[in-house]
Each structure stands twice: as C-alpha cells, then as structure tokens.
Design a binder for this molecule. Structure first.
Ligand code: GAR
Length: 183
C-alpha cells in the first residue's frame, strides 16, 4: 500500500523479480489512497494494475470501510505498507492481525509519526535507524522486526540524509520481508 513516490514499493517489486525476494513472494496487488501517487505509474510499468481507493473527500469511516471491504476480498497473506501515510483502522488491524508490516524512517523508540529524516537532520544526528515493524493500533508502536543503522556523519543537507536513508530502506525492507516470509 502506497500514498506517494513508491520507491520502497519499486524496490520490493524489483527484489521480487530478481533479488532477495525472488521465489519467496508475489505482489498480488498495489493499492494507493491517492489517485495522483507517483508510484502508480511505477506499478503499471511492472505489469501490476494498481487499485486506487481515494481517501480525500471521504469521511474517515467511509474510507476505512471501503478499504476493509477490498482487503477482505483480496485476503492477502501480508499487507506491506510502503510510504502509506494513513493510520490503519483498528478493524483492519484486527482482521489482519500480525500480517501488516511497515517501514519507518527512524528508530521507533525515539521518533514516531511523520518526518523521520527531518527529525534526524534537525537534531544533527550522526546516525539514525530504519525500523521495520508490525503495525498495531498505536503510532509506530508495533513489534519490531528489524532495525538498521544509517551513518549520517558525512551528510550536510536533509536531501543527503534522505538519500542515504532511502538507499538502506530499499535493501533492508526486502531483507526483513524475506525473513518473515521464510518462517
Ligand atoms: C519512506 O522514507 C518511508 O520510510 C516513509 O515514507 C517514505 C516513503 O517513500 N514512511 C513513513 O514515514 C511512514 N510513517 P517511498 O514512497 O518512496 O517509498
């Protein structure tokens, strides 16, 4: 599930075709809550027709029940959040308990919510961590699957921090998924 750029989704699709996830899993569907998400075009280029369930302009309850209905029909083994920027409703979490996974661009013990790289940059951190975790009802409070350090000692701008972090995200997410799917 995505909301925007889709670079983590792209890395997962690539790794499913050729990399660490080859023969391990299949991307059944790509879902966006935004009709103009950049990642939609990437999905199409990989031969996956993405589904859009637009959240904008809908009451939260209406959006969440449409999403739940779609997910129940699809019934995926796992739901992978890749830059999906909405809170998952308690009903969806209950239905797919321990089957929803997220990547967070910070150490979830130290920073929750949005703007993980901005937080690292503004606090002049010499290193930060990427966290892959199960999603529970809290904000970035679910059980941690893995954390990976990112050295920021040579980064002078926010763009550099983000570039370095994303490079690690793209490898590390698939490594964590491989570990889970191989169990
Ligand atoms: C990534 O940095 C991801 O870790 C972060 O959003 C970015 C999405 O980029 N996710 C969160 O902040 C979730 N709280 P992408 O669309 O290029 O994968």
């Amino acid at each position: 599930m995505i909301s925007g750029r889709g670079s983590n989704m792209k890395a997962i699709l690539e790794n499913t075709e050729l990399g660490t996830l080859k023969g391990i899993c299949k991307v059944e569907a790509i879902l966006s809550n935004k009709k103009d998400a950049k990642g939609l075009e990437i999905a199409r280029n990989f031969g996956v027709q993405p589904i859009v369930i637009e959240s904008k302009g809908k009451k939260r309850k209406t959006y969440n029940s449409l999403l739940l209905e779609y997910l129940q029909k699809l019934n995926p083994d796992y739901i992978i959040l890749a830059g999906y920027m909405k809170i998952i409703s308690p009903e969806i979490i209950e239905e797919f308990s321990n089957r929803i996974i997220n990547i967070h661009p910070a150490d979830t013990d130290l920073h929750q919510g949005l703007h993980g790289y901005e937080w690292a940059f503004e606090n002049s951190l010499k290193s930060t961590k990427i966290t892959v975790h199960y999603v529970d009802e809290g904000l970035d409070t679910g059980i941690v699957i893995g954390k990976r350090e990112v050295d920021l000692s040579d980064c002078e701008t926010l763009a550099e921090v983000e570039k370095k972090g994303l490079k690690i995200e793209h490898q590390f997410y698939s490594e964590c998924l491989r570990k889970i799917f191989n169990r």
